[in-house]
Design a binder for this molecule. Sequence first.
Ligand SMILES: C[S@@+](CC[C@H](N)C(=O)[O-])C[C@H]1O[C@@H](n2cnc3c(N)ncnc32)[C@H](O)[C@@H]1O
Length: 131
Amino acid sequence: MHGFTDVDRQSNPDSWVGVLDRLTQEPFYQAYQQRVRELLQPVPGRRYVDVGAGTGASAATLKDDHGASVATVDSSLTMAAATRARGVTQCTVADAHHLPFLDNSFDGAWADRTLQHLADPQAAIKELIRV
Ligand SMILES: C[S@@+](CC[C@H](N)C(=O)[O-])C[C@H]1O[C@@H](n2cnc3c(N)ncnc32)[C@H](O)[C@@H]1O
């Protein structure tokens, strides 16, 4: 099992926060994240959700730079705590296969580097579209 499949059960869960923080410094990562934000076409006040949000760095940028309302979902309590520390308060600890939101709750949704860690990526994609 990959560490990102179940962060909280790893011997040092916080070290996986560090892994994501280091990757965030990479120019390639920053460039494609910028492209993701362009594709979302964020509008101030509209609602977006980042599924498998990790540290919440991407969600925080969308919220802070675009004035959007951003929620996150991650299965890890460790990652949710890191996300709250970045000022994203709408953090839900949940499974991407079963998002705890009503249909059409959001104006946009994304999942970055998360689907490869899921048992059923297609089910998670259906959930992203549904909410
Ligand atoms: C490689 S990290 C990517 C984090 C972030 N999207 C990024 O690009 O920096 C994968 C994330 O998916 C989360 N994850 C793994 N399985 C999950 C599941 N079934 N439901 C929700 N999140 C899950 C992990 O806890 C981890 O934070």
